[in-house]
Design a protein around this ligand. Sequence first.
Ligand code: B4P
Length: 188
Amino acid sequence: MLNIVLFGPPGAGKGTQSKILIEKHGLTHLSTGDMLRAEKASGSELGERVKQIMAEGKLVSDSIVIEMIANRLDAQSQGYIFDGFPRTVAQAEALDRLLQSHDLGITAMVQLEVADEELVSRLVQRGKDSGRADDNEETIRKRLAEYKDKTLPVAGYYKAQDKWISVDGIGDITAISERVAAAIEQYA
Ligand code: B4P
């Protein structure tokens, strides 16, 4: 069973590469960004609470995202892609505990490496195409700072477990997916 953490800064291609991996391996896609946007769109009380945090480019609290993930683990799943989660070391520790309680574990963490200016340019373009509120240059810079401060240490957490793989995330989407596939094969 494959359980992959797809990791990288905002705009690195996590959502894009997740779709390709899901088709190839029949995995369950768990994207905390998608879940939070769905909460916002539903107008729920939780959605109202996270709306402002996301618009400011900050991270939503660990307890909210951990609970969202815990509620979506499914005994029938053939494996998971964790997309945009864990984003803090506390989330990574909680994920390990959660998976262990189901006799599961993370197979590998794939980190997509992309330079900041390329990230900004991709996300500004997506903002124009999709109207996504947090894809404007000011918020993107804040999201990148939040990534470096709180999320990058998560790579060290998986390095210490010998589960970390770095993949060049610049170039053609298909070529990147081949790099990701080759990286995962070392662990599968
Ligand atoms: P996310 O939805 O996870 O947003 P993201 O980091 O921007 O990644 P995304 O998957 O959307 O982008 P992708 O790289 O695929 O999070 C949004 C917010 O939710 C966070 O800021 C935070 O507030 C909150 N949140 C989510 N999870 C959380 C957690 N665990 N804890 C706390 N808070 C949390 O794609 C970007 C663009 O690049 C696309 O337009 C794509 O088409 C393009 N692209 C992809 N690959 C490319 C390539 N090779 N070349 C050119 N363009 C490419």
